[in-house]
Design a binder for this molecule. Structure first.
Ligand code: ADP
Ligand code: MG
Length: 449
């Protein structure tokens, strides 16, 4: 049983007593009782029998939990059983020993802690959209619902969506942030594992649902269908829906008409590339955060040259910070020119998946086929994960497209690799340096080379 199932159906279960040789177990709702009795009986009874040391019968009844809310790692039913079985409770809670790691597919997609409103710098061009996002964050389901942000790659859509989610969570609201591809993936899994009830419960019980890159559901029949129902269910309970797309919904040709009209019934706003002054302000705020002593004239120099996206601006800034803080290069206009020249050339010559594979493989002394193939040696694995991460950042390919390019791997695998590398970059200087090196080669290499 995975974590989400456990949390939904069993976490508050309590042993109430014994009746005609059957253990009576109290659960939260009718729905949970049905689910446990009909669908999960075998699993639960096997585990409980295992714990008690003999075959037991179970009976589920609905009861209001008297226990205070339990912590994440607590599970009263099994703890109680463990104590009753005579010996003192084992050091590792039984349910932890018994539970297999949750499947990546059902994990909640984590928020980037950096994507908050105070780190979003909005000049004249984006003040409106930032203010609207703030209003949605402060007054869920009453300001604008749904709220849809659209705009080009690397302009801050994900940042704003997650900033709203952070605001909700900090107030104890249950906000689900999810890229539409993961929503699709979850749905496909749910259909395959016959857990659509669970799937619906997960999405429809949220206080707010924030779906990123919604353009990827266009043309996907059953995902659009399910999303339509999720959408209706949430709005009928007056819950907030926030969406991001790379285009205005009217330009998403394969989007189901009824979804488009739902989207158009809310507020639609675009994010634009920040003007020069805002770019300077963004660079200055990053410099303060990273403690990089970057004079204003240098900020202006960079802002003058980098005009395509904030992500590109960030790439240039990160390279500069690495050159100065890690490689101890002197901070000069020449250094800035070298880095921005690389960054801007890369923007003109699209970075392809093939190029990411080739450059990353070469850095590790491997071939692209090593990364595509099934080998799992640790260096190959690491190179593969880094390549997936860079592909996600630089190519604009969707998770399934990246999975395909890497020899038909599942997009949950790609997603897992991306979060793993992102985490490593945060914690491990070696990885950070490796990724920076490959990134700068990726950006600098012109496609002819
Ligand atoms: P999108 O989802 O539109 O492709 P992101 O939200 O991922 O773009 O933004 C790319 C990067 O640029 C992120 O690291 C984000 O924090 C940063 N960024 C974008 N816009 C701004 C802004 N106005 N102020 C500060 N950082 C920004
Ligand atoms: Mg995004």
């Amino acid at each position: 049983m995975d974590r989400a199932q456990f949390d939904t159906w069993l976490r508050d279960a309590a042993l109430l007593g014994e009746e005609n040789g059957a253990l009576v177990i109290g659960v939260r709702s009718d729905y949970a009782r049905e689910m446990l009795q009909q669908r999960m009986y075998r699993t639960v009874s096997r585990v409980v029998s295992d714990v008690v040391g003999q075959q037991v019968e179970l009976r589920f009844v609905v009861h209001a939990p008297k226990l205070p809310p339990t912590s994440d790692t607590d599970m009263p039913l099994f703890r109680l059983l463990a104590q009753q079985s005579g010996e003192s409770a084992p050091a590792v809670p039984l349910h932890q020993k018994l539970i297999r790691p949750a499947k990546a597919e059902l994990l909640d997609y984590d928020l980037n802690p950096r994507y908050t409103f105070d780190r979003f710098i909005a000049g004249g061009e984006n003040q409106m959209v930032a203010a609207a996002a703030q209003a949605v964050a402060e007054r869920p389901a009453s300001a604008y619902n749904p709220f849809l942000i659209y705009g080009g790659v690397g302009l801050g859509k994900t940042h704003l969506l997650q900033a709203i989610a952070h605001a909700y969570r900090s107030r104890g609201l249950r906000a689900i942030y999810i890229p539409s591809e993961i929503f699709t993936n979850d749905l496909v899994d749910a259909i395959r594992n016959r857990t659509t009830a669970l799937f619906r419960d997960k999405y429809r019980s949220a206080d707010a649902l924030l779906v990123d890159d919604i353009q990827f559901i266009a043309g996907k029949g059953s995902t659009q269908e399910e999303f339509f129902h999720t959408f209706n269910s949430l709005s009928s309970f007056n819950k907030q829906i926030v969406l991001a797309s790379d285009r205005h919904p009217r330009e998403l040709e394969a989007l189901a008409a009824r979804l488009r009209s739902r989207f158009e019934g809310g507020l639609i706003m675009d994010v634009l590339m920040p003007e020069f002054e805002t770019r300077v302000a963004i660079l200055r705020s990053w410099a303060v955060e990273k403690r990089l002593d970057l004079p204003i004239t240098y900020c202006e120099l960079i802002a003058m040259r980098v005009k395509d996206s904030v992500r590109q601006l960030e790439g240039v800034f990160n390279q500069l910070a690495a050159a100065v803080q890690i490689n101890r290069q002197p901070l000069t206009p020449d250094l800035i020119s070298a880095i921005t020249a690389g960054g801007c050339r890369a923007q003109r010559s699209q970075i392809t998946l093939e190029r990411v594979l080739a450059v990353t493989a070469e850095h590790f002394g491997l071939t692209p086929d090593d990364l595509i193939g099934p080998k799992r040696a640790s260096v190959i694995n690491q190179a593969r994960q880094i390549a997936m991460y860079l592909a996600r950042e630089h190519t604009g390919a969707s998770l399934p497209q990246i999975g395909d390019a890497f020899g038909g791997r599942k997009h949950s695998t790609v997603l897992h690799s991306c979060s793993k590398v992102a985490e490593d970059i945060d914690q491990d200087v070696t990885i950070r340096t490796i990724v920076k090196d490959i990134r700068s080669r990726l950006i600098k290499l012109s496609p002819e080379l």
